[in-house]
Design a protein around this ligand. Structure first.
Ligand SMILES: [Cu+2]
Length: 232
């Protein structure tokens, strides 16, 4: 009988360890809090338009370059909100940028260090050209038959993406040091989950408007709202 109980305990112990090992979320996420950021900009929308006379069947005849996108209630889209001081291992999230309609979609992508999937769903030649300092720069053709390309970005940095075939194509990849980030939607909102409790400086970065910060305190099981106003 004792042997049976012993075996049962051993199995329970192994099962328990496995359960802990497979718990989703970053290390130390248990009892984390949520940050709900509202990023605003009081200024005007900045959208440039350019006549296109190349690959028009895929690209259209006009390129729209969205430098500053302001939505309802002054909400600023495409801002990266992050918590650089929070400690947590990357979750192994998958990051993808598509080249679609001769645009980088999404316009701003945030990821933890690792591989980025670059898709070409246009069926035409694109040429990825990145501008970076911490990571090696990439200047690589992606012919129409090459639907997917994987590229490594190991160091935290904000990287500019362009295409040498279509001069108007512009995108950004924010490689972040931890998994606590979000990119604002059309309303200027970004949500960051499972942040370990503590006091932090929250950062908002925007390609045209630069950076603003705000101090927050995150409490276990609670949602902290933070309003960040970007300036010109
Ligand atoms: Cu292109």
């Amino acid at each position: 009988m004792r042997k049976v109980i012993g075996a049962f305990l051993a199995i329970a112990l192994v099962a328990g360890v496995a359960a802990v090992a497979h718990r989703p979320g970053p290390a130390g996420a248990q009892g984390g809090g949520t940050i709900e950021a509202a990023v605003t900009y009081a200024g005007a929308q900045v959208v440039e338009k350019l006549k296109v006379n190349k690959d028009t069947e895929k690209c259209g005849t006009e390129a729209v370059i969205e430098k500053v996108v302001v939505g309802p209630n002054k909400g600023l889209a495409n801002a990266v909100v992050s918590v650089p001081g929070a400690k947590g291992a990357p979750k192994g999230m998958k990051a993808t940028v598509d080249q679609h309609g001769c645009k980088f979609v999404p316009h701003v992508t945030a990821m933890t260090p690792g591989e980025l999937e670059l898709k070409n769903s246009d069926d035409i030649l694109h040429n990825i050209h990145t501008y970076s300092t911490a990571n090696p720069s990439i200047n690589k053709a992606q012919p129409k038959f090459k639907k997917v390309m994987m590229e490594k970005f190991e160091k935290p940095e904000i990287i500019k993406l362009t295409c040498d075939v279509h001069s108007w194509m512009l995108g950004w990849v924010a490689v972040m040091p931890n998994p606590f980030f979000g990119v604002t939607d059309a309303n200027g909102a970004a949500k960051i989950d499972s942040v370990p409790p503590g006091k932090y400086t929250v950062e908002a970065w925007h390609e045209t408007l630069g950076k603003q910060t705000k101090e927050v305190e995150v409490k276990a099981g609670q949602t902290t709202k933070v309003a960040i106003e970007m300036k010109k």
